[in-house]
Design a binder for this molecule. Structure first.
Ligand code: ZN
Ligand code: ZN
Length: 358
């Protein structure tokens, strides 16, 4: 876009006032007026085209979050259009469609040097919050490391899945599922079902989903689960034991973030198998481990947190490739005005992911 056209574009979409959802306290989410800031060096300002609800948002809405102080602007999964660029930005120009992860590591700390950028303090401390808004400011490290031009073939909604999919890709990079394996996913929420789609795309032989709620279990079946296990009915433990020719699953992905789910995951995996504790539990909770089971059944426990730039890149490639069909996870749409209602819907388990459109 030429500079005069770019300026016209910018003036056309930059109102003096915009709206931004702010979480003041658990359960107290309000839409507030705010003035979109001018981007500083290396930064970008986006009109948000789509923000997605996330299980992490719901947990934070219910009980706060150990990493974030309240009040805080809210929402961290998004895609938008570049409306203004800060000094020194070369990779993007005004008018570009953009997708990004909401964090980026510093690249120079102890963890970054060891390839564990997911643990970089900067990643969480400077996480982009405020995607439930008309405009969002992207900080320089995110623009430099974890932002991409959105392919025209991807909708803004699907592009906004970059962050959750990066978490999935990181977990699977550590778990290394093999095509010949049998995998059990515990939890039929958006994360569990994104794992399902990703495992299916990777050609994993048997994928079972254990969860609760008729709607969610039906979605699991529709999205390709070989077996759907209702943990609130019948004898779920016996059903799981029958997987993998009666040996039990090689790999269990725990996606509930509840201690009961962690306990089940530990108890259900086959001897010599791996457990991935994907869902983080509430602060202060504990899990007691049967040491005999752990050692003599030769279990491997993995607990991936967040993601690294290489996971974001891989997630971007998976989305751009188009084979995942990940947009099927988004099963509700609401205008930004209805943001409080979105959290009511999530509370009731009525939706997997809701697209919030300004
Ligand atoms: Zn998220
Ligand atoms: Zn770092």
């Amino acid at each position: 876009m030429k500079s005069t056209a770019a300026e016209a574009f910018r003036t056309a979409i930059m109102p003096a006032h915009a709206r931004q959802a702010v979480l003041f306290a658990p359960g107290d989410l309000r839409l507030c007026d705010f003035t979109p800031p001018h981007p500083g060096p290396g930064e970008l300002l986006l009109p948000v085209k789509c923000a997605l609800s996330c299980g992490t948002d719901l947990k934070t809405y219910r009980r706060g979050h150990p990493m974030w102080r309240l009040p805080t602007p809210f929402g961290h999964e998004f895609a938008g259009v570049v409306a203004a660029t800060g000094e020194g930005v070369t990779g993007f120009k005004i008018g570009d469609d953009l997708m990004a992860a909401p964090t980026a590591p510093c690249g120079s700390c102890f963890y970054c040097h060891r390839g564990q950028e997911n643990l970089c303090p900067q990643a969480m401390e400077k996480m982009v919050m405020g995607a439930y808004a008309d405009f969002l400011l992207l900080p320089a490290p995110v623009v430099a490391r974890n932002a991409f031009r959105k392919p025209a073939t991807l909708s803004f909604e699907e592009a906004a899945l970059l962050e959750p999919l990066s978490c999935i890709v990181h977990a699977q990079a550590l778990a290394r599922p093999e095509p010949a394996e049998s995998v059990l996913i515990i939890g039929a929420g958006a994360f569990g079902l994104l794992h399902l789609l990703t495992l299916r795309a990777a050609g994993v032989r048997e994928v079972a989903v254990a969860g609760r709620g008729a709607d969610r279990l039906e979605w699991a079946g529709r999205l390709g689960a070989d077996r759907v296990i209702d943990i609130a009915a019948g004898d779920p433990a016996a059903e799981v034991a029958r997987l993998n020719g009666g040996f039990g699953p090689d790999l269990v992905m725990e996606c509930t973030g509840q201690v009961d789910g962690w306990r089940d995951a530990f108890g259900r995996v086959r001897r010599g198998g791996r457990v991935v504790f994907f869902g983080g539990c509430a602060a202060g909770t504990a899990l007691e481990i049967d040491t005999r089971r752990m050692h003599y059944d030769n279990l491997t426990l993995i607990s991936p947190f967040h993601f690294r730039p290489r996971d974001v890149r891989r997630a971007y490639d998976l989305l751009a490739d188009g084979r995942l069909g990940a947009e099927r996870i988004i099963n509700a749409h609401r205008p930004l005005t209805d943001i409080a209602e979105v959290f009511d819907l999530l509370e009731r388990g009525a939706v997997l992911k809701c697209a919030v459109i300004p």
